[in-house]
Design a protein around this ligand. Structure first.
Ligand code: NCN
Ligand code: DMD
Length: 368
């Protein structure tokens, strides 16, 4: 059989994602309400600007919702899970089997993100997009497994292009589902042993920075473990660099199924006109990819926190994102986005519900 003809059981996926169509759907931001939003912020019963960054967050949210009376936040968190063949190089402190085990923990409600979802009242969806293990009987899981983990990118490309594109489309599908369920804010989450190595490789390639500057200890590598991780990434980049140029090529060569799905999810937020709260290093790597593919995605992003993974700071600086929090988190699974969520809720509720000076008959500041 001709190798370029897909097996007949395969759905006829395009060889390129519909990026042009998605890009046209992102469209520009309407500045039409900017003055009204600013005016309301400046006339609420508080000294001018005294709510600090919360005022920026309220402005961001209201302008993206195209209204000076935006909807109350309704968050939808999606955790995409996938495994990484590069773990064969000994680049994580934990075995790959933890990815599957944690998926079951999310579904049972015992993980950090499960607790935060109940505490703060946002929905939580868990998607198997590439876990290397059987989850077919897992109830409540969204089953979208593209393959059982990526290939070891130190030896061969992590994903076949059509599989990378399938994962992107899973992310877009989840943004659509969240929109249909009435979400007004998306929270990004991931689970994948080894994915800080994939993210380091992808970020190093896209930012053109040395892996040494970006690599951290992930789930808890020793200093020697971190040095090995850097060596694996450096050697891999040296092989791929002469062969690859486009962000999509890099995504397939060194990325992961959950990273690709997150990229589609983040683009989907911009397409469905729903603002997106990023989590840590991995989700921000996906955001960089999304912005490289479609620059109009950038305004839809909010950085929840700055992770301890050193690459996160470089990504945030490159994207021009100022994180709300610095809590030394390095958990992932959406936990940082979840901790920032009540801050966004506070910002929007204050903006929508506080009285203005005239409504409350409070005197405004005098000149000077
Ligand atoms: O989000 C982060 O910044 C972050 C930093 C370190 C580790 N993680 C999580 O830890 C896992 C990847 O770590 P590792 O060491 O296996 O590459 C993966 O499941 C991530 O959710 C996440
Ligand atoms: C236990 C555990 C939980 C996680 N959650 C996200 N990444 C994780 C990695 C590990 C190892």
């Amino acid at each position: 059989m001709n190798a370029s003809v897909p097996p007949s059981s395969d759905p006829p996926f395009p060889l390129h994602p519909p990026l042009d169509a998605w890009s046209r759907m992102v469209g520009p931001i309407d500045p039409g309400f900017d003055a009204a939003i600013k005016d309301r912020l400046d006339h609420l019963t508080k000294p001018l600007g005294s709510l600090g960054r919360l005022e920026d967050v309220a402005f961001w949210y209201a302008r993206l919702h195209g209204s000076d009376r935006p909807p109350a936040p309704r968050g939808a968190c999606v955790v995409f899970a996938g495994d990484h063949g590069v773990t064969a190089e000994g680049v994580s402190a934990y075995p790959s089997s933890v990815t599957r085990e944690m998926v079951l923990n999310y579904l049972r409600g015992g993980a950090a993100i499960s607790v935060l979802s109940r505490t703060h009242g946002f929905s939580l969806s868990i998607v198997d997009v590439g876990v290397d293990g059987d989850l077919s009987g897992a109830e409540g899981l969204i089953h979208r497994k593209v393959a059982r983990g990526t290939k070891n990118f130190r030896r061969e490309p992590a994903m076949a292009p059509r599989d990378g594109i399938r994962a992107l489309e899973v992310g877009m599908e989840m943004a659509d589902r969240s929109a249909k369920a009435g979400a007004t804010l998306l929270l990004t989450g991931e689970m994948g042993i080894g994915n800080t190595t994939s993210s380091t490789a992808l970020a190093a390639a896209l930012l053109r920075r040395p892996p040494e500057e970006l690599a951290g200890t992930g789930t808890g590598l020793s200093p020697e473990g971190r040095r090995k991780k850097i060596r694996v990434v450096e050697e891999s980049l040296a092989v791929y660099r002469p062969l690859l140029s486009s962000p999509l090529d890099w995504m397939c060569a060194v990325g992961g199924f959950e990273i690709a799905a997150l990229t589609g999810f983040i683009i989907g937020g911009a397409v469905r006109r729903i603002p997106v709260i990023l989590d840590g290093f991995i989700t921000t790597t996906a955001a960089l990819l999304a912005v490289e593919l479609i620059p109009g995605v950038r305004p839809w992003l909010l950085a929840s926190h700055m992770s301890l993974e050193p690459g996160h700071r470089h990504l945030l600086e490159h994207l021009g994102l100022a994180p709300l929090l610095a809590l030394d988190l390095r958990l992932g699974e959406g936990s940082g986005a979840a901790v920032a969520y009540p801050l966004v809720v506070s910002a929007v509720e204050l903006y929508n519900r506080m009285a203005t000076f005239s409504e409350a008959s409070v005197s405004e500041a005098g000149p000077g």
